[in-house]
Design a protein around this ligand. Structure first.
Ligand code: ARG
Length: 564
């Protein structure tokens, strides 16, 4: 039910051709305080067309505009404040949610078109960083939101499984490594070899030459190099998959950088054909001066291709394979220059579809205001963060509810959910600080708070003794506390759309927090289970809140335990 549209239509009947309906909808505001009504229209938007003072226009419209969903209109200066008919609106909103269930808010904007989402994309032989965690959970939430508005997302893990670092790793392994050590703790050991390589190479630069040679061998298909590379990749992927399993996140493709190795030749030919290459000091570049960007280095003087060359191949491959409507890259803000260059090179090749490629950047996770660093082996291991969050959740659950069955399973859903929610609740470009205590709090604007509120709604429904809500009757409600909830339920489809348009999961997280807060206020101020005539309507409201909170959490990739 779209009440803004309803009000806009009622206005349109009186305004006539002065403003198109879309424009009117766009002008409607949500007043900050309830005493100014539910929707406001600024009449000065009509002053020019009507050649009258806004105040006078407002007064006249206040007398002529009528609609069954509008209870009264108050004119305050140049503003028309609409007070909606609470009973009509709540009955219609609840009916729609009870009928559609979790599909409330679904839209068909996408027409089932494909949207590849480049997400997570950690580097082999290194731990998944907190930055990769951000990319993973933001990408996953965007995939859910895109599905809800009718697109077909394709989640691609563009693994960092190629590049000169593999030459270094092979040299390090041959000099200082062993099979047992790698098998025992692959990422820690591979990282150790990598760090050691850098330390040693400072004194022995010939190691760098060896590493370059080994990477060249790898690119040329040398068997020993290939075998080691494959093994490192498999061992790393096993550990990554462990994290993905805990986060409950799956991928449609693990085609990483190496996948494009045999597609490099063609990319070079295409670049050649389109006449965009220049050779500079032996290196092959694309000049991007007219885009105000530094030249893109496509091929080094020793013939090795680069990160961006593989991204060019990947972009072209994705266009051909998926014929995408949009192609998204959920990657940290520090790579924004890379993606500008990538798009510019494709534009130079006259691939206009590059306009539909979007870098979705995000800010840093900090600790005590400082950037988390992986250098010098000082790393925050993601698995440990998840373990800590789950342990903290279990502690709090045990304090609250001692006879809860399968506490461990619920603690897992709460602890992991808390980390994911915390990551998604801020505008994605903001940096944010990370402390377990803050993340796993049951009060405040946290995932556990939303989960706990929904579990409370479920428990009310269990206690009510009713088997189910009759969806064929109307549930009119008109008290102030339920009205705050109804408004948030009513605006949900708009919020979903806004989350999609801005590629911003925080819109959904904020909706969940506001809905949970409104529900807890309602619960504290009304006798929900009292046996009177309004009881079924109150339960219909509780049921609708539970449905939408769960859907909010699902879109974010967070589970919603029925009890906690
Ligand atoms: N592996 C890269 C890193 O960790 C991220 C890759 C992002 N995706 C891409 N298509 N470039 O920095």
């Amino acid at each position: 039910m779209d009440y803004k549209l309803g009000v806009a239509q009622a206005l349109k009947e009186q305004i006539g051709d002065a403003l198109p309906i879309k424009k009117i909808v766009g002008l409607l505001e949500n007043p900050k305080s309830a005493e100014h009504g539910d929707i406001a229209f600024p009449a000065f938007a009509l002053a020019k067309a009507f050649r009258k003072a806004p105040q006078q226009i407002a007064t006249e419209l206040g007398e002529t505009v009528h609609s069954p969903i509008v209870e009264k209109i108050e004119v305050v200066g140049p503003y028309l404040n609409f007070f909606l008919n609470k009973k009509e609106v709540s009955a219609a909103v609840l009916k729609e949610i009870l009928e559609k269930g979790p599909h409330y808010g679904d839209a068909d904007i996408g027409g089932n078109r494909n949207v590849p989402i480049d997400m997570s994309s950690p580097n082999i032989a290194k731990p998944i960083s907190m930055g990769h965690l951000r990319s993973t959970v933001i990408g996953n939430a965007l995939a859910n939101i895109l599905t809800k508005v009718g697109f077909n997302p394709i989640k691609i893990n563009h693994l960092g499984d190629w590049g000169t670092q593999f030459g270094k790793l092979i040299v390090g392994y041959k000099l200082w490594g062993s099979e047992e050590a790698v098998k025992k703790d692959p990422i820690v050991e591979l990282l150790r070899l990598y760090v050691k390589f850098h330390e040693e190479a400072e004194e022995k630069p010939e190691l760098d030459d060896e590493a370059r040679e080994w990477f060249k061998k790898l690119e040329d298909g040398d068997q020993e190099a290939q075998q080691l590379w494959k093994w490192f990749r498999e061992e790393s992927l096993k550990e990554f998959n462990h994290v993905y399993e805990r986060l409950n996140i799956t991928f449609d493709s693990f085609n990483g950088e190496a996948f494009y190795n045999d597609k490099m030749q063609e990319v070079m030919e295409l670049l050649e054909e389109k006449n965009v290459l220049t050779v500079n000091d032996g290196a092959t570049i694309v000049d991007l001066e007219k885009y105000n960007l530094n030249p893109a280095l496509i091929k080094k003087s020793d013939g090795a291709t680069l990160y961006i060359t593989r991204d060019l191949a990947a972009a072209i491959y994705r266009k051909r394979t998926y014929d995408f409507a949009m192609s998204l890259y959920v990657v940290g803000n520090e790579q924004s220059n890379h993606f500008k260059q990538l798009k510019a090179v494709l534009k130079e090749m006259s691939y206009d579809w590059s306009d539909n490629m979007h870098h979705i950047p995000f800010g840093l996770i900090t600790q005590g205001g400082k950037k988390l660093s992986t250098r010098k082996g000082k790393i925050v291991l993601l698995e440990e963060v998840l373990d800590d969050a789950v342990a903290s959740a279990l502690e709090q659950i045990e304090e609250k509810n001692t006879d809860l069955p399968n506490k461990e399973v619920i603690a897992d859903q709460v602890g992991i959910g808390a980390v994911v929610f915390h990551d998604l609740k801020n505008d994605r470009l903001n940096n944010f600080d990370f402390t377990i205590e803050e993340v796993v709090r049951f009060e405040g604007e946290t995932g556990p708070y939303v989960q706990y509120t929904r579990a409370r709604a479920m428990s009310i429904l269990r206690k009510s003794g009713i088997a189910g809500i009759d969806t064929t009757v109307d549930y009119p409600l008109d008290d102030a506390y339920s009205w705050e909830i109804i408004k948030l339920l009513e605006s949900y489809p708009d919020d979903v759309q806004r989350a999609y348009e801005k590629f911003e999961p925080s819109v959904i997280a904020k909706h969940a927090i506001h809905l949970a807060q409104a529900f807890n206020k309602y619960y504290a101020n009304s006798k929900v289970l009292a046996d009177d005539a309004q009881k079924p309507a109150r339960l219909a409201l509780v049921q609708s809140v539970a449905t939408i909170l769960k859907e909010d959490l699902r879109l974010l990739g967070v589970q919603a335990p029925d009890q906690m």
